[in-house]
Ligand binder design. Structure first.
Ligand SMILES: NC(=O)C1=CN([C@@H]2O[C@H](COP(=O)(O)OP(=O)(O)OC[C@H]3O[C@@H](n4cnc5c(N)ncnc54)[C@H](OP(=O)(O)O)[C@@H]3O)[C@@H](O)[C@H]2O)C=CC1
Ligand SMILES: CC(=O)C(=O)O
Ligand SMILES: [Mg+2]
Length: 752
């Protein structure tokens, strides 16, 4: 064992050992705090859903967790590539599968290890547990037993039964293959394909590949006894026989000569250097055995630099592993209450996965790779943590289920369904999705000021490709073109409008307008010229000021205080307003705005009142009816503190101004956010928990939002700049492509 793998083993043991042991626990979805909760959840209240389900079994999907609950079932006879180590030893893998279901697709899954090798016992056990689950995921049951078990269960159960090692693997393998063929300019029907491993995964892979057009006479399958040729008798079964070919090849080495594609679902090290050397030009090698592949990517590339290589592991590029499939496939199947997962649903998932790999990659994925993957030999398939999978794959699967008549609850509004899927994992999704739809309807042009930054160029491309409107990039054409190429989008330049001061016909006009504004503020005309001609922020701001764009995004290359000063030179504040930064904090199921996170250091009472008004406006534009709390560490005068006097002043000023939204304070954060804590102050004028928090100073606003941002389950959007006469948003210097795009949408829709 190498030092590296020994270290990994030790870390893995420590990871599983850490209390609470293992990887799973159960949490309740409803409160169980009071006597009343108890009487609803359990006796006597629980009798009502019992009677409803007895009268109509379909309602089990409405009144219980069944519709989102999958059983991961094994007997441990083929645990990964480790072999038959028994039911108990398989539990870490099965707990792992259950966790992946939850993490990637919000499917609840529970592992069930059955201590038997008798297929009949497994069939009976699973059949009997049918009422508990919306789907059955069979896992790591060896061939050929797995074929018998799955086939019988599919016949007798009316919920999806899916042997992941067969179909999950085949779907992902097919997706990777579609792209490997695309990249090497081949057609599947022309390829010579060698399969090593004719078990659960192998038989399903070769079947799916053939169903997509592979020529059976060009596909050779091998197992521990060598080539499965017509007439072979040793170690055969009916599933292998179906793929036996007429050939003189008798072992893997014979079969590999001139092969285009190797699919390995067998065991560590099964592929030798010599075999790889004998393959055709641009060989495709999917060495999918786990945890160790048939050959490592380093070994294969050393022999054949022209190889396209995939493994089942997450620590190499191109992870062809069923984790990319089962969470999302079940998500789609469960959401339409599918009776089964059929061939059409599987192919829809494979094709959707393949197409996704050809699109530009969001930063969340790039961050996890440690580099920005670009569609090509080292990136033929998305990674499991790609945030797009959750809405792309289940929708494709659900559509295919509906089209083939196996969906018992068809989805009427697919677009709304896709949004709801994204919202399952991403709390920002609902709000941002609504804004995105609004932006799409508005079709505003956004000027992206910092075209020297690759993130900005990619966000601009995403803006225009998303159908949101025109994206104008301030930068040099060659530079933008180079960045697009590096992002794997060599033909995308024509989709952007690239402008710069050197070639702009409007330079003089911008200088004149700026000079008009600044001549009495100590600026000479040549100062204005220098700024407009040399500073992309100012140039972009002038474009916006002169109506050559509808909105602007900047800030990734310069500190926000400097950007704000520059913007203040080009734009006035809106009549009677203050410039304020409002951050949207999105936790699961809850959105709260926090202000001022950007401009006012130590606001006085009047400024706090301005901040409250500006934030309330932003709240309304985001679809929230504002309930504003002016926050302090004291609540309604206790403990007495001078620090709270500005907040009390602000409340008085808001009263005098007669504003049209709810506000109150000063109060502590728990009183503002927790109805139980608020109930101790029955005179409080807020009708519910606050959704706008005005902080006493910028430091508390900034500290609290950044703290929340670092804590799991919370996303912070902004600060959203509000109060300027034209829509401008300032990103943080560390903004990701997605964050820049969000800010462009916020600018375009005039939220600020
Ligand atoms: N990347 C992924 O997503 C997945 C990878 N896998 C991997 O595929 C492998 C097989 O799993 P699974 O199909 O479930 O297991 P099975 O036990 O059902 O099948 C194993 C098959 O591999 C054959 N085999 C074993 N060793 C060799 C070898 N050295 N040379 C040729 N053939 C061999 C067996 O041959 P025989 O019939 O003669 O016994 C059998 O046909 C495992 O390594 C597993 O980790 C599985 C599922 C998903
Ligand atoms: C990935 C998987 O399911 C296996 O290797 O068995
Ligand atoms: Mg498996």
């Amino acid at each position: 064992m190498t030092d590296r793998s020994q270290q990994l083993d030790e870390e893995a043991l420590a990871y599983h050992f850490k209390a609470p042991a293992g990887k799973l626990q159960i949490t309740a979805t409803k409160p169980m705090a009071t006597q009343r909760d108890l009487s609803l959840a359990y006796s006597p209240g629980v009798a009502a859903p019992v009677r409803a389900i007895a009268a109509d079994p379909e309602t089990a999907f409405d009144f219980t967790a069944r519709g989102n609950m999958v059983a991961v079932i094994t007997n441990g006879t083929a645990i990964l590539g480790l072999g038959n180590l028994g039911a108990l030893a398989s539990k870490p893998v099965m707990e792992g599968k259950a966790v992946l279901f939850k993490r990637f697709a919000d499917v609840n899954a529970i592992d069930i290890e059955l201590d038997t090798e008798d297929p009949e016992e497994i069939i009976n056990a699973v059949k009997l547990m049918g009422p508990s689950f919306g789907g059955i995921n069979l896992e790591d049951i060896k061939a050929p037993d797995c074929f018998i078990i799955e086939q019988r269960l599919r016949e007798i159960m009316d919920i999806p039964v899916f042997h992941d090692d067969q179909h999950g693997t085949a779907i992902i393998c097919l997706a990777g293959l579609i792209n490997a063929l695309h990249l090497t300019g081949r057609k599947i029907e022309d390829c010579r394909i060698v399969l090593n491993g004719a078990g659960a995964a192998g038989i399903a892979c070769v079947e799916l590949v053939k169903s997509l057009g592979a020529d059976p006479s060009k596909c050779i399958a091998c197992d521990t006894k060598g080539v499965i040729y017509q007439g072979r008798e040793a170690g055969m079964n009916q599933w292998k026989s179906a793929h036996a070919v007429k050939t003189d090849a008798r072992n893997l080495a014979d079969a590999m000569k001139g092969a285009d594609i190797f699919l390995g679902v067998s065991a560590k090290g099964a592929l030798t250097d010599e075999m790889v050397r004998s393959m055709a030009k641009n060989p495709i090698i999917f060495a999918m055995a786990n945890p160790d592949p048939e050959i490592t990517p380093e070994e294969a590339a050393a022999i054949r630099p022209d190889v396209i290589m995939a493994t089942g592991r997450s620590d190499y590029p191109n992870q062809v592993n069923n984790v990319l499939g089962f969470p999302f496939i079940f998500r789609g199947a469960l959401d339409v209450n599918a009776r089964t997962i059929n061939e059409e649903m599987k192919i829809a998932a494979a094709e959707a996965l393949a197409m996704l790999a050809r699109e530009d990659v969001p930063d969340e994925v790039a961050a996890a790779y440690g580099a920005h993957p670009v569609y090509g030999p080292d990136y033929i398939i998305p990674a499991p943590f790609d945030p797009r999978l959750i809405h792309v794959i289940p929708t494709a699967v659900a559509k295919a289920a509906m089209e083939t008549g196996v969906a018992r609850r068809p989805i009427i509004d697919m677009e709304a369904y896709a949004h709801s899927l994204t919202a399952r994992l991403d709390p920002t999704a609902n709000m941002l999705q609504a804004l995105t739809t609004r932006a799409r309807n508005m079709q505003k042009s956004v000027v992206f000021a910092e075209g020297q930054d690759e993130r900005v160029v990619r966000a601009a491309l995403a803006y225009t490709r998303g159908g949101l409107g025109q994206a104008i990039v301030v930068g040099r054409v060659e530079e933008v073109e180079r960045m697009l190429k590096e992002a794997g989008q060599p033909d995308a330049l024509s989709e952007l409008t690239v402008v710069n001061a050197e070639t702009s016909p409007h330079l003089k006009e911008y200088v004149a307008a700026l000079y008009e504004k600044l001549q009495r503020r100590g600026f000479l005309e040549r100062d204005c010229y220098r700024r407009v001609a040399r500073d992309r922020h100012i140039f972009a701001a002038c474009m916006l000021a002169e109506g050559h764009a509808d909105a602007m995004v900047t800030g990734v290359s310069r500190k926000s205080a400097v950007v704000l000063t520059d913007l203040g030179r080009v734009f006035d504040t809106r009549q009677g307003r203050k410039v304020v930064g409002v951050s949207a904090v999105l936790a699961r199921g809850r959105t709260v705005l926090v202000a001022d996170t950007m401009v006012h250091e130590m606001p006085n009472g009047s400024e706090l009142a301005d901040i409250a008004e500006q934030s309330a406006r932003v709240a309304r534009r985001l679809g929230l009816e504002p309930r504003v709390a002016l926050l302090s560490y004291s609540t309604f005068g206790y403990p007495i503190s001078e620090r709270s006097s500005n907040l009390r002043d602000a409340v008085r000023i808001l009263e005098e101004r007669g504003v049209d939204f709810e506000f109150d304070g000063e109060m502590a954060a728990d009183v503002a956010l927790d109805p139980v804590a608020m109930a101790a102050y029955p005179f409080c004028r807020l009708s519910g928990p606050a959704n706008v928090l005005v902080m006493p100073a910028r430091h508390s606003a900034s500290i609290s939002t950044k703290m929340l941002q670092q804590l799991e389950g919370t996303t912070v959007v902004g600060p959203i700049l509000t109060g300027l006469e034209r829509p401008v948003q300032v990103c943080s210097m560390s903004a990701t492509v997605s964050e820049i795009l969000n800010m462009a949408v916020i600018a375009a829709t005039g939220v600020g």
